[in-house]
Design a protein around this ligand. Structure first.
Ligand code: MG
Length: 386
């Protein structure tokens, strides 16, 4: 029996993780849940799963005697073996480090944890002998392809659906509305990641994540546009042979693999591919020039230091500005790029320096939004007195 904590249980990944746990009651048990603003849903989840501990922005209005704890306390709870980090933004970073220090297995769905602080997280995990398991479909695919291989692979090929606007011209992209961007052709996901998929920022964040998860250089991680999202990623070996992992585009599959690893469990609720409905599997090289967020992300990953944290923070602000109709779709890339250009990097940053860069980048990104009274400028002393 695996005893599980879910951080971000009311989000899209959290809810799908609970679907898996509900279907496999002999293998999996919920010990702790952490939600955020969706208190009504968290209350329903607490009533159903009766966790020993929970965390939320307010105390749930139900007759229930579980412990009300912080996310860090939940992540390191003595009765928890396995922590699913599915929070949005940077909220998962500190609880992930708490889980690692307490020796828990960590399954990561939250991209920001490795993007912002990959070096620190990987180092802490290796110090404490903790495994970081991927939940993202591309990384789960790579991980599955690497099973049983003794020799290091040569190249990772992450697939990308391309999002709803892959064939759009620059002028069409400028006219994209939030409503259009929130309609992803294949995957059902939260709002932030759906917009990130449309700008291809999501794929850039995944390249940085793959770099830390599998210790591959940026030059050995490629991207292929694959609109059907059936091949979730591929690995190329030194002899030129490739392995790919295929399946329905359904996040419950990679979630269950992280939970069942190194086993595979039967689950009749998981979808099977219907080959009679698949006409073709198409692949094409990605066009970096048309999707500047992707290039910004890969460049930030290569530069390292505090750049990836600045990338995440600026993107989060820019996506919010876009969703509230204050900037255009192409404005997202502009704000991200301008913020990165204004940033002065700190190499091998501490957690405090990463958090200071995050705060600086949010302010800088806000100031470059239209109608903001101040001129954006680089602060003279990063993170001090601001
Ligand atoms: Mg993904």
């Amino acid at each position: 029996m695996k005893r599980i904590a879910i951080l971000g249980s009311t989000g899209s990944i959290g809810q799908q993780a609970l679907d898996i746990i509900r279907a496999l009651p002999d293998q999996l048990q919920v010990v702790a849940l952490a939600g955020d603003k969706n208190l009504k849903l968290l209350e329903r989840q607490i009533r159903e799963f009766r966790p020993k501990a929970f965390c939320s922005s307010a105390k749930p209005d139900i007759d229930y005697r579980g412990e009300f704890l912080s996310m860090e306390e939940i992540a390191s709870h003595p009765e928890v073996d396995f922590v699913i980090v599915a929070t949005s933004g940077k909220a998962g970073l500190s609880p992930t480090l708490a889980a690692i220090k307490a020796g828990k297995t960590v399954a990561l769905a939250s991209k920001e944890v490795l993007v912002m602080a990959g070096e620190i997280v990987v180092r802490e995990a290796s110090c404490h002998g903790v495994r970081i398991l991927p939940i993202d479909s591309e990384h789960s695919a790579v991980w599955q392809c690497l099973q049983g291989e003794e020799d290091k692979a040569q190249r990772l090929l992450l697939t990308a659906s391309g999002g709803p606007f892959y064939r759009y011209s620059q002028s069409q992209l400028a006219e994209v509305t939030p409503e259009q961007a929130l309609r992803h052709p294949v995957w059902k996901m939260g709002r932030k990641v759906t917009v990130d998929s449309a700008t291809l920022m999501n794929k850039g964040l995944e390249v940085i994540e793959a770099h830390w998860l599998f210790s591959f250089t940026f030059d050995s991680i490629g991207i292929l546009i694959h609109p059907q999202s059936i091949v979730h990623s591929m690995v190329e070996f030194v002899d030129g042979s490739l392995k790919a992992q295929l399946g329905s585009p359904d996040m419950r599959l990679p979630i269950q693999y992280a939970l069942s690893y190194p086993r595979r469990w039967p689950n009749s609720e998981l979808p099977r591919l219907d080959w009679s409905k698949i006409q073709a599997l198409n692949f094409e090289p990605v066009d970096y020039g048309r999707f500047p967020c992707l290039k910004s992300a890969v460049d930030a990953g290569k530069s390292g230091g505090t750049y990836p944290a600045v990338l995440c923070a600026a993107d989060e602000v820019a996506v919010e500005l876009f969703l509230s109709h204050r900037i255009s779709f192409t404005g997202i890339a502009r704000i991200v790029q301008e913020t990165l250009e204004r940033h002065r990097n700190t190499a091998r940053p501490s957690l405090e320096e990463i958090m200071a860069a995050d705060t600086w980048a949010r302010e800088c990104a806000m100031r470059s939004s239209p109608g903001h009274p101040e001129e954006a400028e680089q602060p003279s002393d990063l993170g001090r007195g601001r």
